[in-house]
Every structure is written in C-alpha cells, then in structure tokens.
Design a protein around this ligand. Sequence first.
Ligand code: TXA
Ligand code: MG
Length: 349
Amino acid sequence: MQTQIITISENEEKLESLLYFSAEVIKNGGLVVFPTETVYGLGADATNASAAKRIYSAKGRPQDNPLIIHLSDPRDAEKYAFTSETYYKLYKAFMPGPLTVIMKSKDTVPKETRGGLDTVAVRCPENKIARTLIKLSGVPIAAPSANLSGSPSPTTARHVIDDMMGRVDVIIDGGKCDFGLESTIVKIEDDESLTLLRPGKITLDMLLSVVEDVKVADAVTSALKEGEKPLSPGMKYRHYAPKSPLVLLHGDAASAVEYIKREGYSNIGVITYNEDVEFFKSSLAGCKVLAFGNRNDEITQANNLFEILRDADRENFDMIYAPLPRKEGVGLALYNRLIRAAAHTIINL
Ligand code: TXA
Ligand code: MG
C-alpha cells in the first residue's frame, strides 16, 4: 500500500482544506494516522465494520481488544452510548481532552469496533487536527494508538513512519504530541461510580474533584493474577515492551549504582532524572544514560518516556534500568506504563 504523508501544523488557519483529502479517505473506509494531544491514533470510520477490521490487521492487534471511538463533540456520545449524569459531569470538567469514558454501547457501533463487548469507549480529543478531521469525516473515528502491537505508543510522526509506512493510506504529521502518554480511561459503572482502568494526564485527584466514588482497578498498579479476567481486554497484553529486559529500581542513585555493579552486565542503558545523569556516567563506565526529565517534573518525563523506550530498543542493551515513579498525580501514569514495560520487575534497593 502506498502511504501519503501530509505535514500540517495545529495552528494552521485553513485546517479544513488541508484535511479534506484525509476526511475523504476515512469516508471511503481507509486508514488515516492523526495526531492527538496524547499519542498518535490509527483511525478509520468507527461505524464501518470492515474499516475497523483493517485497523486490527494494520496494527497486528488481536480482534478482541476494543477500539476507542473519537468524537468531535462530546455530546455526540448520545448517538453511540447510553450516557448518564456522570458522563455530563466529566464532559463539563474535562472534555475535549485526554479522557476516555466507557459506557453501555448502542447498536450504532458495530461489534467489530468494540471487540465484541456490550460497552464502548468514547473520547473527544483536544487536538485541533484530530477534531477537525473527525468533524469533516462526518463519522466517529475508531483509533487505537498508531504503533505496531507491543511497541511503545508513537508520540512523533517519525515513530509512526517507523511502524506504519506501507500499512495505512495517510499519515498526518502534526509534530510532537503535547502530553505523550495515552488518555486516562474510566468506566461508568451501573451505580454511577467510576473505575479507573488506565491513568493518564487526568489524574485520580482530578476525577475525585468531580465524581465522589472512584475506584482504581488493581491491574493499574499490579500484575493480573493467574486466570483473572481483566476489566479491560488491553490489560492482558504485554505492552510498551522494550526488546531488552527492563528492571525498575526503587531507591536512591547511589544504591542503584551499587546494585547495577553487582549485577555485572556490560552493555547497559540507564533511564534516569536529569539531576542524576553525571553521577551515573561517572560511576558506571561505558553505560548509556538516557535522561527523561527533572526529578519532580513528571509532565516532561511523560512527554519523553515512549521516545526513550524506542531509543533504547535500537541499542540492543543486555539490561535497562529505570527509576520506579511515585504513584501520585501524573506519576501514577508513568508508574503504570513502566511496570508493564518491565513486566512487573521491581527491585527494592
Ligand atoms: O490516548 C489515547 O487513548 C489514544 C489516542 C489515539 O486516542 N488511543 C489509545 O487506544 O490509546 P488503544 O487502543 O491503544 O488503547 C485503548 C485501551 C485498550 O487497552 C482497550 O482494551 C481499552 O482501551 N478499551 C477500549 N474499549 C474498551 C471497552 N469497551 N471496555 C474496556 N476497555 C476498553
Ligand atoms: Mg495502544
């Protein structure tokens, strides 16, 4: 398949005319990769079952893992899901933005799009390119992250091109994604409480400021138990996995260096905070240090994490070490992505 790359800035005045062609591709059942404020999405007409199927094959994704449907106006959720007062509270507080809400689905969403479940995930992105594309297409756009299944979500068009060239009709290059980790996902339960299924930029505290009862699914911070049924199909797949093994170290830099020396691998990568770069470089001869932001700047760390994991993949390290994030605020999103990339290997120093 021939892939066309279109470069567009979000601040462009004539977004509609620049996106006209891509919207036609969506209307005709094609695949368009587009930027959002979280990560790039691999989009197709959510109401067209065969278009949705093409997403699964382009990504190499299991067909039982449902897709998020993206709307240009959060109120359009009425057409596809049974909404409630809680949905409108979330809408007022956080939409458009990096929040996905799972509700009971209406028949207007084909089974193929929702992986055979009776629920559907909806999200209205804030990114103007994304929203204009959805509006022009006249249909909701089903879109998973635009990476090959199993590799980190793409936060730049370069990442998308590495994974998706020849597999999609169009790639819209809209620059680096603003946040860099996928949206927060919540499910509205029958009693109107929320379950947090995937943490993101909309934090637990932000959700609690709007809805009283929010539970955090166990799988957000720990591994699924043998035979346990996941609340979200995506939880059961190994995600964001670098090719080399990754270990999370819980402790200060000095104890980390001691541990790494004892382990004795020669070709290693160390992901760390900017403040500790020099210390690791001078203490561990020959190791490659990947800085991902200042210690207390979780927004920058979130913005760099997936790019660093992709960089690490090209190095064929024997072992990669990274610090264990805290579980508060945006830290919970970093924690959730890193424990999965590390297959839950945490060393308490
Ligand atoms: O930021 C994001 O959410 C990005 C951008 C493109 O919008 N999209 C994204 O999609 O991350 P994806 O498919 O990579 O991750 C969506 C997750 C999957 O783990 C899937 O299992 C879960 O959401 N999911 C989707 N629909 C669901 C449903 N009805 N019930 C439970 N989980 C659902
Ligand atoms: Mg994904």
